[in-house]
Design a protein around this ligand. Sequence first.
Ligand code: 0XW
Ligand code: MG
Length: 370
Amino acid sequence: MTIREVRVYRVPLETQARYTMSNSTVSTPESTIVEVVDSSGLIGYGEACMASPQFQPAHNGGIRESLSVLAPAVVGLDPTQLGVVNAAMDTAMAGHAEGKAAIDIACWDLMGKKLDLSVVDLLGGSRTAEVHTYHVVGINPPEVSATEAIRLQDEGLTHLQLKAGGRPIDEDIAAIRAVADVLRPETELTVDTNRGWSTAEAIQVSQACADITMSAEQPCATEAELLQLKEHIRHPLVVDENATDLRSIARMISSGLANGFGLKLTRVGGLTKMRAVRDLCMATRTPMSSDDAWGGDIIAAASVALGATLDPHFSRGAWIAHPYHQTHYDESNGPRIEKGFVTLPQGGPGLGLVLEDGQFGDPVAVYSDV
Ligand code: 0XW
Ligand code: MG
């Protein structure tokens, strides 16, 4: 079994429920879908989609360009030998974890289809009956955020991620207080600043909200700043944007900096690399989420598959972009959120999605062994 062809597609995702982060607004990102085709004609699917040009240092057009180097490096390899596939991509090109992730995920899907097993089973099996998710409450006036928090809890959400940053901290503090006032006992609150505060601002907000049970996610831009503020803040620190690979994650666990992580499959380079991160986080009892920046059913299915394999006690859930856009590649099996939990696709082996040959239109590029 070898990789015969890699096809690349560009798929815009119409976003209706726009949301704002400290430094960006998500509008209509263009997803990149990858089909990895083996010598028997079986197809595995992968996907990478950046939410905005600011969140993750990658560009949707750049992901497709990176595939012009990465795809030829894997054509002819056995897609089930994921160590070899990943080593070939890392040798061909430094960085560009997003393009590597799309190919890696497609190989997992292909391997599942070949072996008639789900990706969840290939990753070690499900540790939970249901994978919980969290929902973003965007940057808004306090009363708007509180109303949104009430609506989401009415829908069954028990994990809320309130965005902050990019405005005077008094406004952030007022929004945190307004949301905290309407939180139900079972709801967990994370305040995610997406790198938006200075260390002084992060310390001031944390101290002003010392009476509120919440976590502070990525309050400042760099690991050095997080180290500086760590001993002065009153809340557990969750690292997102600075958690880029196994090495940085290991360092932030062993230094005691991170109390948890918001992890993105495409930022660490796919399921193979995320599996190693998962094992490290679970061995060190460090909570993590299994998310991505944005995207459709394929990346959502991969995120929830890995999310299902986490020890529930140390799982921060799996985030998917679906509630924010209306696109499903597979109407019946695409992951959906029901009462705060994400459904796992049940359409068959691999990622569990049923996708039609040709449904993404004409490929923007094809890399093959002929
Ligand atoms: C909410 N997310 C998982 C998706 C967005 O793109 C950003 C991210 C976060 O936690 O910052
Ligand atoms: Mg975050």
